[in-house]
Ligand binder design. Structure first.
Ligand code: HSE
Length: 437
């Protein structure tokens, strides 16, 4: 009888709690009214059912003309951070240090936070994890990686740690847009970049996109939710598309490949994880070859489900605002990331002990440390540029600059990770002895 009573009381308390949460009025203080901030304002105005309202917007420059009533704006951040009526802070500015300051103060002041600042989150992950533990408040950031694709919540909720073999993705819309426009529509690099800027895809400092910083920041966030790895982005092996030449695209075409900026993480045989962001040759039938323009794509390979492919717009005002909106909506249910792979499983360790198959194009042999290669299996000398294909240990790339300097371009081969190096060495040796190689 007592048990029945307890069950009934629990049922009603929980139902009541969720009813209250579901009808909670969310009063939002918004930081930033750029591409994403304005997008969110418009999207929220069309989503009345959400019971969420932007009550104040903090901006940097008060004299810019904005498409919203002027009474909404202030330049005083404390008007939002210390307003007791505001229970949610949404932060979509592009200064990582200021963003971190805002997020920390908001959480300490008891406000739930939604952010899209990938650089800030990636660079301050340890502090952000601690702040969430101390405050017990939700800090959601789905928009920070792959914009409209709900990849963080999927990795967090759906994939069990041990089953996730690999995750391979295009996470930067601008570079994918530039590669598509250059190699399929024959635009110059500068024209393609300008277009990406005009369309609101690029960062205000486009070097962050082009040189791979934005992609590696997103990758540092995603490998945390996929494998529980907490690593500063600068410790990951990465590059952007700045060195890719037209000649590289021609070689790719001959071999029936596409060139993409690919972020990859893969569980190795020793249980550690290889993770990097580098240009990569992608086979025509690879899901990522299908990802064009500002779209992003994520291929997840897990134990029983095999391959799954997520596809959607990875940059732009409304696609990014849609992810922010979804996070705001999740606050009605007090949704929080549990960081399951970090706190509930044994987190994986990052490995830098594996080999990769690479294509390198360059101007002069003297710029290439040939002896650092495990082997070179193909080379070609054209009039202007030369190229080779070979296998190299990642420690010969990490912290070294030869493969980014002197107009040298390094692109990974498809399926680049080599684990069975001893077997391959033996095979190569016997082919050489047989006079076949
Ligand atoms: N500059 C970023 C990109 C915006 O191009 O992917 C979305 O994060």
């Amino acid at each position: 009888m007592l048990l029945l009573y307890v069950i009934i009381v629990l049922f009603f308390t929980h139902t009541f709690y969720y009813l209250i949460m579901a009808h909670k009025q969310l009063n939002i203080g918004l930081f930033g009214f750029g591409v994403v901030g304005e997008g969110l304002y418009k999207v929220l105005n069309q989503t009345e059912s959400l019971k969420a309202k932007i009550v104040k917007v903090c901006i940097k420059h008060s004299n810019k003309k904005r498409n919203a009533p002027s009474s909404l704006f202030t330049t005083e951040k404390d008007e939002l951070l210390y307003d007791e009526n505001i229970n949610v802070i949404v932060e979509v500015i592009d200064n990582a240090d200021e963003a971190f300051e805002i997020v920390s103060t908001a959480l300490r002041n008891g406000k739930a936070v939604v952010s899209a600042s990938k650089k800030m989150i990636a660079e301050h992950l340890p502090e952000i994890l601690q702040l969430q533990q101390e405050s017990g408040l939700p800090f959601l950031y789905e928009a920070s990686a792959c914009a409209s694709i709900p990849v963080i919540r999927n990795l967090e909720e759906y994939y069990d740690n041990d089953l996730l073999h690999s995750i391979k993705a295009i996470v930067n819309g601008s570079t994918n847009f530039i590669l598509t426009k250059m190699f399929e529509e024959k635009l110059s690099f500068n024209d393609a970049l300008l277009l990406a800027q005009q369309l609101g895809f690029a960062e205000s400092n486009p070097k962050l996109d082009v040189e791979g910083f934005d992609a590696v920041n997103k990758w540092a966030i995603l490998i945390n939710h996929a494998y529980g790895i907490v690593e500063h982005p600068s410790n990951l092996l990465f590059n952007g598309i700045q060195n890719i030449q037209l000649g590289d695209a021609l070689v790719a075409k001959e071999k029936n490949f596409e060139v993409k900026l690919v972020a990859q993480a893969q569980k190795l045989k020793d249980g550690k994880v290889a993770a990097f962001v580098l240009p990569q040759f992608v086979k025509h039938d690879d899901h990522l070859a299908f990802v064009k323009n500002e779209y992003n794509g994520v291929v997840i390979e897990s134990g029983f489900a095999d391959k799954q492919f997520f596809y959607g717009k990875g940059a732009g005002s409304f696609p990014t605002a849609s992810a922010v909106l979804s996070d705001v909506a999740a606050l009605r249910y007090d949704y929080k990331y549990e960081y399951k792979k970090l706190y509930h499983h044994t987190p994986h360790e990052l490995s830098n002990d594996y080999f990769v198959k690479v294509y390198v194009s360059f101007e002069e042999w003297k710029h290439i440390p040939k002896d650092d290669f495990e082997w070179i299996e193909e080379w070609h000398a054209g009039e202007e540029r030369k190229y080779l294909m070979g296998c190299i240990h990642v420690k010969e790339l990490l912290g070294k600059i030869w493969w980014k300097a002197n107009n040298t371009s390094l692109i990974l081969a498809p399926e680049p990770i080599v684990e069975d190096i001893d077997i391959l060495r033996l095979k190569k040796r016997s082919l050489e002895l047989a006079g076949i190689e």
